[in-house]
Ligand binder design. Structure first.
Ligand code: NAG
Length: 283
């Protein structure tokens, strides 16, 4: 049975039921959650400055900030508690590099996994005919796994710093009127963190997805086939197969050769010798 027949009998969209395709779909869905929750974030904290001379007090000073968290550019006006004078106060810190790195990785991971899904659905034939395609897919998957781990860790660290820098109790310390015992400063409310906490969770979930998919892409490269064929060859009198070059073959050709050797009666799901072979056979 050749590749085209297998595909025809399986049905094009069935590839999404296989681990490789299914995880790719989860990857781009989770990437959307990661960059949308981080890149779309805006938060507000609110502090009060209660001056000894009540007239100059402001009991509700709102401070807005948003992605990409260049907090040193976020400022607000606070009463100086001296004859209605006001001072401009800036928050501290610039967390844009980690935040933008995280969102950039998420956007590119989204684009790649969406593209890969489309290729698996509509161009699976070409994907397997060209032995380079699974190889590139494998390398890109390894790189993205690593990038998800690095960017999620960096973003998790930056987020914990952002939380400190925008804590109303910390922001009060920046207001000079609050340094005087005679004035009372307080926090009205802090920012909501659920969205950004979600983005970190999805960052690490994406790392797990991509790292897990390394195995399923690896099986498509043919290296794994080459190794198992080599291992099984001596015991099963398959010396002839050593002459073939597994690296140059798509996984279909090889699973086809398993068929030819009579190892399998039926090409049905997970009925074959090894789990890996059954997977690519099915595809
Ligand atoms: C208090 O500060 C806010 C800015 O957060 C400003 O809009 C408002 O006018 C101030 N109120 C007074 C009474 O100065």
């Amino acid at each position: 049975m050749d590749t085209a027949n297998q595909l025809a009998s399986v049905g094009t969209f069935q590839v999404l039921k296989l681990p490789l395709g299914f995880i790719r779909v989860l990857e781009w869905l989770f990437a959307i959650f990661a960059f949308a929750t981080c890149g779309g974030y805006s938060g507000q904290l609110r502090v009060s400055v209660d001056c000894m001379e009540k007239a100059s007090s402001n009991l509700s000073i709102g401070i807005d900030f948003a992605y990409p968290f260049r907090l040193h550019q976020v400022s607000f006006e606070a009463p100086a508690c001296e004859a209605m004078r006001r001072e401009r106060v800036f928050l501290i810190g610039d967390y844009s590099s980690s935040a933008e790195f995280f969102v950039t990785i998420a956007v590119f991971a989204f684009l790649y996994s969406l593209m890969a899904t489309i290729v698996y659905i509509f161009f699976l034939n070409k994907y397997h005919e060209n032995s380079r395609a699974p190889l590139i897919d494998f390398v890109v998957t390894v790189v993205f796994s690593f990038m998800w781990l690095v960017s999620s860790s960096a973003w998790a660290k930056a987020l914990s710093d952002v939380k400190v820098a925008t804590d109303p109790d910390e922001v009060q310390l920046l207001i000079s009127a609050c340094k005087s015992q005679t004035n009372k400063c307080g926090s009205v409310h802090g920012p909501r963190w659920s969205g950004l906490n979600t983005s970190v969770v999805f960052g690490f979930l994406n790392f797990v997805l991509w790292a897990g998919n390394i195995w399923f892409v690896f099986k498509e490269t043919g290296w794994h086939k080459g190794a198992s064929r080599f291992a099984g060859g001596t015991s099963e009198k398959q010396a002839g197969t050593f002459n073939q070059q597994p690296y140059n073959q798509g996984s279909f050709d090889q699973s086809g050769s398993y068929n030819a050797q009579g190892n399998l009666g039926q090409p049905s799901e997970y009925s074959q010798v090894g789990g890996p072979t059954s997977y690519s056979n099915q595809m």
